[in-house]
Design a protein around this ligand. Structure first.
Ligand SMILES: [Zn+2]
Length: 360
């Protein structure tokens, strides 16, 4: 018989990873306060987005299940925590807790109220805001500890201490020095959960290699998924996420050149993040691409003017019998080269360069 699904989901937190597909899955219970479910076409399951425009009077709640978890790109929990703004209840909600719920604060606060239906927005805020205010210093301390580790691992703090060591070596030395292992004591691990409990799709009595092949294809059986980590401690979820990323040689954490957030680039040369919190938010990747596009277009603009001028002057030389015209052209070519060099070294502006080229 297949194992029955016995992992608690409501008011609990479960997370697992798929390195190969660069995915992260989790289940949690969240309030449907200013949140919306979003389904990317590349994902099997939905993810959560913040939605400020949503006018909630009554607030319901929802839980993901192991068969239908929330789906995010690999490393998102860690990245969202590093970028979270814990300045106020409001900022912390829109940058972190609306995605993961408040139950993961239970190590800092003994009796987090279980999710329930709230009649008004105020009732919701009055329930969770005092808890947040109480745990805020601890949250910030934890964030600082993890940030220091990530900055050190990926050389993000502008000093070059231990630059020649790998992120994994630095992660381990930081973990041992700061005893991060104390954050690994409240985790339960469930192996092969995704299909071993699937009593709906998979019948143990009629299973054949043919059916297994189908299920491997359609993703009902996935060997690439990590075990399911079950914990209610934020610090323990961070320990798991950091360990997952530190032991994955193909992953790097960078700082976005546009917004300054931590992000995991898909390719090594990426400069901009694609982190979004809200629906229809434009990613830095898009903004960055637009900027470099207009830069390119401008570059083409002066090259076009230069080429036109070059051709025009060359024609003049060809049509003229005057030796001086030829000498002038040779001098112009020489000077143009110098001007372009000045432009490339940012000594003159593009306008100045174009003005010079067009001058007779
Ligand atoms: Zn960014």
């Amino acid at each position: 018989m297949l194992r029955k699904d016995n992992i608690p989901v409501k008011d609990w937190f479960n997370i697992w990873f798929n390195r190969e597909k660069r995915k992260e899955f989790y289940t949690t219970s969240i309030s449907l306060y200013k949140t919306t479910f979003n389904h990317d076409k590349n994902n099997t399951f939905s993810n959560i987005l913040f939605n400020d425009s949503k006018n909630d009077k009554e607030i319901y709640f929802s839980s993901a299940t192991l068969l239908e978890p929330f789906e995010e790109s690999y490393g998102t929990f860690l990245i969202k925590f590093l970028n979270a703004n814990f300045a106020s209840f409001e900022t912390s909600y829109r940058t972190f807790f609306c995605f993961y719920g408040f139950s993961i604060l239970s190590e800092f606060y003994a009796s987090i109220p279980s999710l329930k239906f709230f009649k008004t927005e105020d009732e919701f805020i009055e329930t969770y805001q005092p808890i947040f205010n109480k745990v805020k210093p601890k949250l910030k301390k934890l964030q600082y500890l993890i940030k220091q580790c990530v900055d050190y691992m990926y050389n993000l703090n502008n000093d070059s201490i231990d630059k020649n060591y790998t992120p994994l070596e630095k992660y381990l030395s930081y973990s041992i020095f700061n005893n991060l292992f104390k954050y690994s004591t409240n985790i339960e691990v469930y192996y092969y959960q995704q299909f071993a409990h699937d009593i709906y799709h998979i019948s143990s009595q009629s299973i054949t290699p043919k059916i297994v092949r189908e299920h491997l294809k359609n993703g009902i059986i996935t060997l690439g998924d990590s075990p399911v980590f079950h914990t209610l401690y934020l610090s323990n979820i961070l320990y798991i996420s950091l360990f997952e990323i530190a032991t994955n040689k193909n992953i790097k954490i960078k700082i976005c050149k546009n917004c300054g957030k931590y992000f995991i680039p898909l390719k090594n040369n990426e400069k901009y993040c694609d982190i979004v919190y809200c629906k229809d938010e434009v990613t830095c990747k898009k903004i960055g691409a637009n900027n470099s596009y207009s830069k390119k277009r401008n570059t083409i603009e002066w090259i076009r003017i230069y080429r036109n001028n070059y051709q025009r002057r060359l024609m003049q030389v060809k049509r003229s019998n005057n030796e001086q015209v030829k000498i002038d052209f040779e001098n112009w070519k020489k000077l143009a080269k110098e001007k372009i060099k000045e432009f490339n070294n940012k000594l003159i502006s593009e306008e100045k360069l174009i003005e010079w080229i067009e001058k007779k």
